[in-house]
Design a protein around this ligand. Structure first.
Ligand code: 6PG
Length: 479
């Protein structure tokens, strides 16, 4: 069914999304702050479909039939507010304004409230897959009211990636739910990439393989449980040769990982929710550490550590590669389990009805973290909607425990040889923390009670208690 939509903001993501919409038979009314981009798009790709170029915002809004459907594709933050402020006064009740940028979900909540009060629909939608995905089929995570989704859902579904005949687009939940899950998607993306980078580093340091050889290892891994877009492109990047130096591309890239902020937002939100997303946090901090060049250079000169020779592993190269693979898979399962925990808690906190099985399904295609095992994650949430952590599900428990010995060896070996593996190590610590019968948190409670009379609960009876530490050590019940 063909429809009509307005796209404002025609930088690469917006232009590609507009082309994708046009290619699917929709009439696309175009607008950009400066007219040049609009004209360039029509000139270069006008033959791909039905484009209606417009100049002013008034002309743009005027060219759309009611209820108008508009998607904003500009930079997240103040630029998005500026566009909304310009367009919203020109709209009529029942029109739908969508924001396809990487907005902070709390901004989306604020905008939804303000626009709903004016009788407009606002759909904050996560769109993943980069420029390529926008053009050929992204994963789309729209939030907003059911009514709004009825108006724009079919249109969005028509341009999304398709896996097993199903579009990678689903109504995530009300208000900021779409941008919330997109944020967590990006957090998981950070964790996943950090783990991949650690696996590469271990193979490089432990076996002294060349980047191209490690690229081959990743290509092999992409045939199994680890099959995913990120593993696939890791092979591609590692096999790439720098034209100028003739050496491995990865060796001429400055080793300082940048970030636009969505990973940091995920951790900030997780801190507020009290959800331990240690894999994502370690990934954000590892990027931060990589950027502290001065500290790194100062430390490099003086901080002692083990010599990085990894002789005992070289003896059994294949076994080492397999151990790293298992450690990577186990750590990855932990990172995804933590990300889904954040979604569960976030949904609870904000009162969003997020179908995690449907969400895992729409992440199977189009998006950056698309991976074979998302099928399994989806299945878990279908079969066990009350599961408390993905890790207790039979399949994931089996996968992790099967690789457990290797995981421990790899983390211990990395520590012994001075190779930083914050992602692998924190994932293992999380796993052990979850499974521990007793945690040293009891001691922390005792300390808090001693210095601040913060009280504690007992294992043997209800209530809260305080010990008179400064007096006779007597215990009193406080609640
Ligand atoms: C996506 C990506 C995208 C993100 C980039 C860069 O889903 O298509 O998540 O939204 O902007 O991956 O993110 P960083 O610059 O923060 O690494």
């Amino acid at each position: 069914m063909s429809d009509q939509i307005g796209v404002t903001g025609l930088a690469v993501m917006g232009a590609n999304l507009a082309r994708n919409l046009a290619r699917h038979g929709h009439q696309v009314v175009l607008h950009n702050r400066s007219r040049g981009r609009t004209d360039a798009l029509v000139e270069q790709h006008g033959s791909e479909g039905d484009f209606v170029p417009t100049g002013s915002v008034e002309e743009f809004v005027g060219a759309l039939q009611r209820p108008r459907k508009i998607i904003i594709m500009v930079q997240a933050g103040p630029a998005t507010d500026a566009v909304i402020d310009e367009i919203a006064p020109l709209l009529d009740e029942g029109d739908v304004l969508m924001d396809g940028g990487n907005a902070l979900f709390t901004d989306t909540i604020r905008r939804t409230e303000a626009l709903t009060a004016r009788g407009l629909h606002f759909v904050g939608t996560g769109i993943s897959g980069g420029e390529e995905g926008a053009l050929n089929g992204p994963s789309i995570m729209p939030g907003g009211s059911k009514e709004a989704y009825e108006l724009v859902g079919p249109l969005l579904e028509s341009i999304a990636a398709v896996v097993d005949g199903e579009p990678c687009c689903t109504h995530v939940g009300a208000s900021g739910a779409g941008h919330f899950v997109k944020m967590v998607h990006n957090g998981i993306e950070y964790a996943d990439m950090q783990l991949i980078a650690e696996a590469y580093d271990l193979l490089r340091q432990g076996l002294e393989l060349t980047p191209a050889e490690i690229g081959d290892v990743f290509a092999g891994w992409n045939e199994g449980d680890l099959e995913s877009y990120l593993i696939e492109i890791t092979a591609q990047v590692l096999r790439h040769t720098d034209a100028e130096s003739g050496g491995p591309f990865v060796d001429i890239v400055l080793d300082e990982a940048e970030q636009k902020g969505t990973g940091r937002w995920t951790v900030q939100s997780a801190l507020d929710l009290g959800v331990p997303v240690s894999g994502i946090a370690e990934a954000v901090f590892a990027r931060a550490l990589s950027g502290h060049r001065e500290q790194r250079q100062a430390a490099q000169k003086v901080l002692p550590g083990p010599d990085r020779q990894w002789d005992e592993q070289v003896a059994d190269k294949d076994a080492f590669i397999e151990s790293v693979r298992q450690a990577l898979y186990a750590s990855k399962v932990v990172a995804y389990a933590q990300g889904f925990d954040q979604i569960t808690q976030g949904a609870d906190h904000h009162g969003w009805d997020i179908d995690r099985a449907a969400l895992a399904k729409i992440w199977r295609g189009g998006c950056i973290i698309r991976a074979r095992f998302l099928d399994r994650i989806s299945q878990v949430f279908t079969d066990e909607p009350d599961v408390t952590t993905l890790l207790t599900n039979d399949y994931f428990r089996g996968a992790v425990s099967e690789g457990q010995e290797s995981w421990r060896q790899v983390v211990a070996g990395a520590a012994r040889h001075g190779v930083p593996v914050p992602g692998f190590a924190s994932a293992l610590a999380y796993y052990d923390g979850l499974r521990a019968e007793r945690l040293p948190a009891a001691l922390i409670q005792g300390l808090r009670d001693l210095f601040g009379a913060h009280t504690y609960r007992r294992t043997d009876r209800e209530g809260s208690f305080h010990t008179m530490w400064g007096e006779d050590g007597r215990e009193v019940q406080t609640g």
